[in-house]
Ligand binder design. Structure first.
Ligand SMILES: [Zn+2]
Length: 243
């Protein structure tokens, strides 16, 4: 689907005598593609040839290219305030905000015996979501609520926060983020009864394009018992109440 879209996008540009889709975008196809939130699969598209390079190599390369971007914009990189920026951005990308691209940063998801025999819904609310939209590299800020019905094994509460953090720390699409968290928890917890609900603000909607303030995007993924109307209903009620 997305391949066809990209092909359509490139065709008129080729006729214009250029093969470079980013130079001529008179009809705003790139913006429309970015806003349509189309994704190809639940997996984040990665190129392992680049992904597997060392952090040091990535830092050098990103620093170099970000310096070029700033200079191309017309900024003077010899200014004291600006000269450290490419290096800072590179470090922030690799070590912080996009560190979730690297599978070696996947949190340890070890389980414990469900010694209390607790079989009801466990809900972890208001987990901070700080991610970046992969179409514009602008922040997605919000909250996640995660619930599951334990079987014989349970997971440490903070692990739920950590798994949200791991998948958030990569260029994302909110729909994919929601599915990745839900499917990982289903595998780890060995139960389908997992619910993930995310509400977030997208800066690419607020700060550019339509520039609308105050609207939020809600995504959810319900499996197992959470597909039942009454269980889902009490999940919705629980996430609306505060202590
Ligand atoms: Zn965006």
């Amino acid at each position: 689907m997305i391949d066809q879209e990209l092909k359509n996008l490139n065709e008129p540009l080729k006729k214009n005598g250029t093969n470079h889709p980013y130079l001529v975008d008179e009809n705003n196809w790139l913006d429309e593609l970015g806003d349509s939130h189309q994704t190809t699969s639940i997996e984040t598209p990665v190129n392992t040839e680049y992904l597997n390079k060392s952090d040091a190599e990535k830092l050098v390369k990103i620093q170099h290219h970000f310096k070029e971007i700033m200079e191309t914009l017309g900024m003077d990189l010899s200014d004291d305030s600006l000269k450290g920026t490419p290096g800072r951005v590179a470090k922030m990308f690799v070590k912080e905000i996009f560190s979730g691209l690297s599978p070696r940063n996947m949190p340890d998801m070890s389980l414990f015996e469900n010694k209390f025999g607790y079989k009801e819904v466990l809900l972890e609310k208001n987990i901070t979501v700080q991610s970046f939209c992969e179409h514009h590299f602008l922040p997605i800020i919000g909250k996640a609520h995660i619930a599951y019905k334990p079987g014989d094994k349970v997971i440490g509460l903070s692990k739920l926060n950590r798994i949200v953090d791991y998948y958030s720390r990569r260029p994302q699409v909110q729909e994919r983020l929601t599915r990745q968290i839900a499917e990982t928890l289903r595998q780890v917890l060995e139960t389908d009864s997992v619910a993930v609900y995310i509400e977030a603000v997208h800066f690419c909607v607020q700060a550019r394009g339509i520039e609308h303030q105050g609207c939020t995007t809600v995504t959810s993924d319900f499996g197992g018992d959470f597909k039942k109307e009454n269980v889902r209903h009490s999940f919705y009620q629980s996430i609306q109440t505060n202590i």
